[in-house]
Design a protein. Structure first.
Length: 390
C-alpha cells in the first residue's frame, strides 16, 4: 500500500543552498519530488500557505542518554520506545542511544537490548549507539563513575560491537590513557566515529589522536583539558583543527553564551554538532533522579551530582537550535548543518540530513520562532503542535 504526503507552500532549507519556497511530495517514507506547484495527489496534504512555516531536515541527536524518566542504560524496550516517542516533540527524527561508564554487565545488557530493538511508527529512529566511557580519564570524570573506568580494549570493543548487532557508531575515548592511540587507530579503520572526550590530553596527544583517525570532540569545553596559552589542551586543539567536529551543548549551563559564540567563530557551522547530552530528567519536574546509580538533583541551574559536577542536561533539541541562533545570529542553512547534516555526514547516513529526491522523509516543520509545528519520521507525521493557532 502506498503512503503519500504532500507538503506545499513551505520554505525549504538545506545547508548548502538558499532557502526557497516550494513543495515536497513523499511516498513510502522517501522524498519523491521537490519542486514548485507540484500537481500530485496525496493521501494527506499539509498546506503551509500563509503560515510562514519552514522545512528543515529532521534533527539528529548524536549524544543523548535519556528523557522523560527513561535511559538507554535501563536496557529495556519500553525505555527506548518512550525515549523515541519523547524526542519527536523536539523535532528529532534520529538519535544515538548513549551509554555511560558502568560495569561491563550493565553496558552489555544495554547493548544486547539495542541489538534486537527496532524503532516503531511514532518514534524517532534509533540510528545506533554512542558508547561514552569506560575508556576515559578519571581526571576528567564529570558524572562518569571513576570506579568503572579502564584502559581501552580492542578485544572487548569487538565483543561489544557483536553484542550490539554492529550498531555502535560512535565512541568517546581519552586518547592519552594506556592503549588509547592503538584503540583509536583500530576503531577509525572500522568506521567508528572516535570522539575525544573526558580527556586530559595535551595538544601533542590530541594531534596524534586526530592523525590516527579521531574526528570529533565530545561536549566541547566540558570535562576536557582547558585552554592555556602555553598548552592549548583539548579545548584549544580541537577548536583550531578543521579535521575535528565538536559537539556543543547549547543550554547556557554547560557553556557560557560567549563560549558558544567562540566555538561558532572558530569552527563555523560546518564544524559544530548540536547535541543535548540529556538524561532521564528531561521533560520532567525538578527533583532527584538516578544516573548510573548516582543521585542527580535537577534544579533551575541544571542537573548536578552531590559534588556539584554537571550530570548531563535537561536540554531539548529545539531549544538548542533556538539558543544557537540567538547567540550567533547564524543563518537557517547553518542551523540545518549544525542540527542535522553534520551528524548525518559523520555517521555516513547518505539518505538523511537533506531535503531532496531520494532522501528519507525525516523532516521537521518549524515556525518563524523555530517552534516545532510538525515532525515527520519516515514519511509519517508523528508529532503535531496543537498549541499553534490555526
Amino acid at each position: 500500500m502506498t503512503n503519500t504526503l504532500l507538503i506545499s507552500n513551505v520554505t525549504i532549507v538545506n545547508h548548502d543552498q538558499l532557502p526557497f519556497e516550494g513543495d515536497v511530495y513523499i511516498e513510502n517514507g522517501r522524498i519523491k519530488r521537490v519542486g514548485k506547484a507540484l500537481t500530485v495527489v496525496a493521501e494527506r496534504a499539509i498546506n503551509a500557505k500563509g503560515k510562514d512555516w519552514i522545512l528543515f531536515p529532521g534533527y539528529i541527536d548524536m549524544h543523548i542518554h535519556g528523557s522523560e524518566g527513561n535511559d538507554a542504560m535501563d536496557a529495556t524496550d519500553d525505555s527506548l520506545r518512550s525515549l523515541g516517542r519523547s524526542l519527536v516533540k523536539e523535532g528529532v527524527t534520529g538519535f544515538l542511544a548513549t551509554t555511560m561508564t558502568q560495569s561491563d554487565p550493565a553496558i552489555e545488557r544495554a547493548l544486547s537490548n539495542i541489538a534486537q530493538f527496532e524503532s516503531a511508527e511514532g518514534e524517532a529512529e534509533l540510528l545506533g549507539v554512542h558508547v561514552e566511557g569506560p575508556y576515559i580519564s578519571a581526571i576528567r570524570a564529570g558524572a562518569q563513575p571513576v570506579e568503572y573506568m579502564k584502559p581501552p580494549s580492542i578485544q572487548q570493543f569487538n565483543r561489544w560491537q557483536e553484542l550490539s548487532g554492529q550498531r555502535i557508531k560512535q565512541i568517546t575515548v581519552a586518547p592519552e590513557i594506556e592503549g588509547g592511540f592503538e584503540f583509536i587507530e583500530e576503531l577509525s579503520h572500522q568506521g567508528i566515529v572516535v570522539s575525544i572526550g573526558h580527556s586530559d590530553a595535551t595538544t601533542q596527544e590530541v594531534e596524534k589522536a586526530v592523525r590516527l583517525g579521531a574526528k570529533q570532540a565530545t561536549h566541547l569545553f566540558n570535562q576536557m583539558r582547558p585552554f592555556h596559552h602555553r598548552e592549548p589542551g583539548v579545548v584549544g586543539s580541537v577548536l583550531v583543527d578543521d579535521n575535528v567536529k565538536v559537539e556543543v551543548i547549547v543550554d547556557f549551563v554547560h557553556s557560557h553564551p560567549k563560549a558558544v559564540e567562540l566555538a561558532y567563530r572558530l569552527k563555523g557551522a560546518t564544524g559544530i554538532i548540536l547535541i543535548t547530552d540529556a538524561m532521564r530528567a528531561k521533560g520532567l519536574s525538578h527533583g532527584e533522579y538516578d544516573l548510573g546509580g548516582q543521585t542527580v538533583s535537577v534544579t533551575k541551574t541544571g542537573a548536578h551530582l552531590s559534588n556539584g559536577a554537571l550530570a548531563g542536561s535537561v536540554l531539548t533539541m529545539d531549544v538548542a537550535v533556538k539558543n544557537m541562533q540567538f547567540v550567533t545570529n547564524c543563518s537557517l542553512q547553518e542551523l540545518v548543518a549544525m542540527s542535522s547534516t553534520n551528524a548525518a555526514e559523520q555517521l555516513h547516513l547518505t539518505t538523511k540530513g537533506y531535503i531532496a529526491e531520494g532522501f528519507d522523509a525525516d523532516i521537521v516543520i518549524v515556525n518563524q520562532k523555530l517552534d516545532v509545528q510538525k515532525t515527520i519520521c519516515r514519511g509519517k507525521v508523528v508529532f503535531e503542535n496543537t498549541k499553534e493557532v490555526m
